[in-house]
Design a protein around this ligand. Sequence first.
Ligand code: MN
Length: 444
Amino acid sequence: MAAINETHDPALRSWVETANDPATDFPIQNLPFGVFSRAGVEPRVGVAIGDQILDVSACLEANLLESDAAFAAAEACRSTTLNGLMAADRLSVSGLRLELSRLLRDEESGGPGARVGSSLLVPMTEARMHVPADIGDYTDFYASIDHATNIGKMFRPDNPLLPNYRHVPIGYHGRASSIVASGATVRRPLGQTKPADAESPVFGPSKLLDYEAEVGFYIAGGNRRGEPIPIARAEEHIFGFCLVNDWSARDIQAWEYQPLGPFLAKNFATTVSPWVVTSEALAPFRAPARARGADEPAPLPYLSSAGNEEEGGLALTLDVLLLTERMRAEGAEPYRLSRGSLTDMYWTPAQMVAHHASNGCNLRPGDLLASGTVSGSSEDSRGCLMELTSRGAKPIALPNGEERRFLHDGDEVVLRGCCRRTGFVSIGFGDCHGVVEPAVEKSY
Ligand code: MN
């Protein structure tokens, strides 16, 4: 587990004034990595600070980095993806974070002040953000017991939670090719469904399009095939975190999911927030893993460690907001549908990593693992419409009089994440949003 150090000091302020705004997602204590580009220029690695992006390679070229560690990590940033940085050793990445923090501090915080040069900065408004890594493999878990129970009730009222759930972190292999960065539109998928009152299935646009609010994490330095990752080392294999929307077509899912699990219902699009908040930045926000009740089994030894129990959780609040086409036309603000917390999850990120590699499966730097829908026990913490509306039976009333059971064309889903703890500066994840486009016409 990364330690708390001078980069987390709440007294630090930056010469980038917008980074000192209490409402920013990107204060100097955050410093997430991402990949950005400007018109006609190759994508580059940057660090978010307030409403600006610090160009990491430009810092290297301007000879602003001193330690060998920071230099090595910055060399790994001379790329159009973060894979090299994710493969670099942790001390180098930490050394780079420390030097970038010092570089961005204002004079009162012991930094050089603005004179190091605004030429190193790019305004976020002038940049396009990319999927930050070349994601070789993507795995989606199912780590919320409340989500699993709520969904299970709809499919199997008498047997909602399957007997394996409390023993094994359930997941499925997702599709990396359709992962898109925040802002990309998502076309309503076509698919095969079987309406309850029909004799045979039909093919056409999904009628029950949903989102799933999740938290993702990228793998750092992988493991060799055949060599599991012990739970006590699993945190070292997590580079950092992002927000994930696992768009899901519930009608396609209901017809195709047995016996092998999700397939075309989920692989048409997955949206990620483009900034990767490092595990080190999140050190102050670690929390105990969810406690097991007296009637629940203890995790098997390969999924159990004292460190994981004490601080394997993460106090990350995840909001889902909806902006319909009409709300947008009326100039309305996005409406909050739910607020969940990653601390409610039954399995921690370290348990997911250890389990994934426990059979010898090799994880690689840049692989993306996601938590599964983040839902808690309260009704307003449910992270998808399927749960919030009880499969459409209880529509949500929006402030302008509209109703939603599932997503309509033109709807925009916005995820926002934030970590807060008394005595520390809050850090955010930036937006993860996407608008639903109508299905392709007449292709079926
Ligand atoms: Mn999911």
